[in-house]
Design a protein around this ligand. Structure first.
Ligand code: FAD
Length: 208
């Protein structure tokens, strides 16, 4: 269970914070994979999974954390300070974007974290990438604007059904990241246009 020093804490949207930690030795991971954060909060052991939101893990890597006042681990994490160490295990998960294909990434809430990590990596490797955010005001606005400058497409969708109809989804790998409600909405929209869900990389952040 390595303790990793925090190298950056940054508010990246409403109730959303990016936390970057130093990469431990022998840690290899790609955006789409996730880590387990373990902490003792008010005497209780708490754990939560956080998906990697940087394009790589060279030297450091980032997680994008939803901070809800009713949550436990998110509010604890946002109170940490630079240089403080947190316990991180992993990486876990079969979904990993290594940079070898074009990609569509559907995301909402903290799911926008892996979406920007994947998109940045895609552009680094010269691949087309489209991020579909399920709603109007995604976190990571600055990185999304930079991605658009670098040729990525970012769609802020109020209607996933009509958005999927406008995309040539058969031309790339499709990824979905977010809490279960968003995953269900996206699956329904994809199924309606004939996408085989077995070919879609889906990570649910869980029910409430
Ligand atoms: C594979 C995996 C990857 C994950 N990656 C991330 C990640 O990158 N970033 C991240 O923030 N969380 C992620 N999660 C979810 C996170 O691990 C849990 O929400 C964790 O318990 C957070 O602890 P908490 O005490 O702060 O908040 P919790 O008490 O668990 O929840 C507080 C807040 O989280 C959000 N939330 C929880 N459930 C839902 C829901 N069903 N719909 C909408 N919002 C919800 C809301 O803001 C909610 O109020 C992931 C979960 C899994 C299983």
């Amino acid at each position: 269970m390595p303790s990793l020093p925090i190298t950056r804490i940054e508010t990246v949207g409403e109730r959303t914070v990016a936390i970057e930690v130093e990469t431990p030795a022998d840690f290899e991971a790609y955006p789409g994979q996730f880590v387990l954060v373990r902490a003792t909060v008010d005497g209780e052991e708490e754990t939560g999974y956080y998906t990697i939101s940087s394009p790589d893990v060279a030297g450091s890597f980032e997680m994008t954390v939803a901070v809800d006042p009713d949550g436990t681990l998110g509010p604890w994490l946002v109170e940490r300070t630079l240089g403080e160490e947190i316990t991180v295990e992993g990486p876990f998960g079969d979904i990993q974007y290594t940079g070898d294909s074009d990609a569509f990434v559907f995301a909402r809430g903290p799911g926008i974290g892996p979406a920007v990590g994947i998109a940045e990596r895609a552009r680094q490797f010269g691949h087309d990438v489209t991020i579909v955010h399920g709603g109007p005001n995604p976190p990571h606005g600055k990185r999304l604007a930079m991605l658009e400058d670098r040729g990525a497409t970012v769609i802020r969708s109020e209607d996933l059904g009509s958005t999927v109809e406008s995309l040539a989804l058969e031309s790339a790998i499709t990824y979905v990241f977010g809490f279960q409600e968003f995953v269900d909405e996206t699956k329904e929209a994809l199924t309606a246009v004939g996408v085989d869900l077995a070919a879609v990389e889906i990570e649910s952040f869980g029910p409430a």
